[in-house]
Design a binder for this molecule. Structure first.
Ligand code: NDP
Length: 273
């Protein structure tokens, strides 16, 4: 029998995951299918009962269920328990095991470029769910220091506390003061949703060091204002789609136990823009 996969969330019709995974199945001639399945907030329990009934092999979890889904897991990978959110589930005969591949997905484009995080000074803008997975990745790779800035300072403080707990030297910075010390950072990451609706970059790049790497996790549009301004300064940039691809290839490897066809998945993803 073929294997079946899905991504659950709401909204789900613009999700790129069905295209990315279907391309991988075609590339490797796998008898598998992958669909987008809308489960509205508040209907998660009955939604996943349905998935169990059809004996789904595995599924991805996206907004708004990444945290609530934790309740319905029987087992958890370390990535999932540390971050406190799940984006990938394996169904082994009714036993659900959760993973969080956003962390490895975030690290993957850096590894591809041979950029080491170790001993780097990092600025993270944003303190939402994705930021938590990023902080876990930064801690795993032992960065020298992490400054976190965010619109709501309480959220930045909470994330900073989490970062400290998992071994980082972390501090909160006020959004207004961030530009003053901006030349000190080796890597600057945008993990807010700013850009998604063509909003302006949350920071200016006038004083950024020429060696600084600029990483946006917003993947649509591909060229956000944040990325465009960094490119105008001729800084090295990492696009949000690269993280998206990283989490998808990692999920593929968990489900199928083989190396993901990166190029075929990338082509399908970029075709979606
Ligand atoms: P959350 O809703 O958990 O967090 C949103 C973050 O953006 C918070 O820090 C929030 O600040 C900030 N924010 C939202 N609106 C504004 C605004 N108008 N001005 C300033 N700050 C704002 O979302 P996620 O963390 O799940 O996702 C964030 C973004 O990352 C999304 O665009 C998502 O698509 C993208 N993403 C990309 C992935 C990839 O693989 N490339 C993976 C996961 C997410 P505050 O705390 O003040 O509300």
């Amino acid at each position: 029998m073929g294997k079946s996969f899905a991504v659950i969330g709401d909204p789900i019709d613009h999700s790129l995951s069905p295209n990315i995974h279907s391309a991988a199945f075609r590339e490797l001639n796998l008898d598998s299918s992958y669909i987008g399945y809308r489960i509205p907030k508040g209907e998660l329990e009955s939604g996943i009962e349905g998935l169990k009934k059809i004996r789904i092999t595995g599924f991805n979890v996206t907004i708004p269920h990444k945290i609530e889904m934790m309740k319905y897991l029987d087992k958890m990978d370390e990535s999932c328990s540390i971050i406190g959110a799940v984006n990938t589930v394996v169904n082994n005969e009714g036993v659900f095991k959760g993973y969080n591949t956003d962390m490895d997905g975030f690290l993957e484009p850096l590894k591809k470029r041979d950029i080491s995080i170790q001993d780097k000074k990092i600025l993270l803008i944003g303190a939402g769910g994705a930021a938590r997975a990023i902080v876990a990745g930064i801690a795993k790779e032992k960065a020298k220091s992490l400054d976190i800035t965010n619109r709501t300072i309480d959220n930045a403080n909470n994330l900073s506390e989490f970062a400290t707990k998992i071994g980082l030297t972390a501090h909160t910075k006020k959004m207004e003061g961030v530009n003053e010390n901006i030349k000190n950072y080796d890597i600057i990451i945008n993990s807010t949703s700013l850009g998604l609706k063509n909003e302006l970059s949350p920071i200016g790049f006038e004083n950024v060091n020429q060696k600084t790497i600029v990483y946006d996790i917003v993947y649509s549009p591909m060229n956000t204002d944040f990325i465009k301004k960094a490119k105008e300064k001729k800084l090295e940039v990492i696009y949000g789609y690269e993280m998206l691809l990283g989490q998808a290839t990692r999920a593929f490897e968990i489900w199928h136990g083989m190396k993901a066809p990166y190029n075929a998945m990338k082509k399908a993803l970029l075709g979606g823009f």
